[in-house]
Design a protein around this ligand. Structure first.
Ligand SMILES: [Zn+2]
Length: 163
């Protein structure tokens, strides 16, 4: 790594630290020429992935957009940003494992819904209502009824919809 102070390419790693979540390694280096110390980060290079939208258009998979849609669904719910970021990371990893350069928005939506379903029922319904664009009102009612049944089974959950 080129020394930021003198430009020499010779350096020595004096400390390596793995990030808490294992996603990066931080290395402290010292220049062998001028002894300047600097830091580098090593991260996994991820394959570029394309997302095929419902209308057939393709765009690059955008992790920030994914997190944005999750954040929106979780608005004002008792879910920490950390949890939302974890969900986005898990989904990103799952997409990496598909080993496919292309994923449909439907596949992506399913992955998000599967996680929101266990995380928070309200966020799940919000996301589902946008993503699925419930073609018939009946679908939406079915979804809410099955949710209400699940909530009735676990008395700790808040009431979702009051009649
Ligand atoms: Zn130097």
């Amino acid at each position: 790594m080129r020394c930021p102070k003198c430009g020499t390419l010779e350096d020595k790693v004096i400390d390596s630290r793995l990030a808490k979540d294992g996603s990066s390694i931080r290395r402290r280096r010292v220049c062998l020429e001028c002894e300047a110390r600097f830091t580098t980060y090593e991260v996994l290079e991820r394959n570029e992935m394309r997302l095929e939208k419902k209308d057939g258009r393709r765009e690059l998979f955008d992790r920030a957009k994914l997190l944005g849609s999750i954040t929106k669904a979780c608005e004002k719910r008792p879910i920490s940003l950390e949890d939302m970021e974890r969900v986005a990371e898990e989904i990103h990893r799952e997409l990496d494992c598909l080993n496919d350069a292309e994923v449909t928005s439907r596949q992506l939506g399913k992955l998000v819904m599967a996680r929101l379903r266990t995380l928070d029922p309200v966020a799940y319904v919000r996301y589902a209502s946008v993503y699925r664009q419930f073609q018939e009102v009946g679908d939406f009612i079915d979804e809410i009824q099955s949710l209400e049944r699940r909530i009735a089974d676990s008395p700790d959950q808040p009431v979702l919809f009051q009649s």
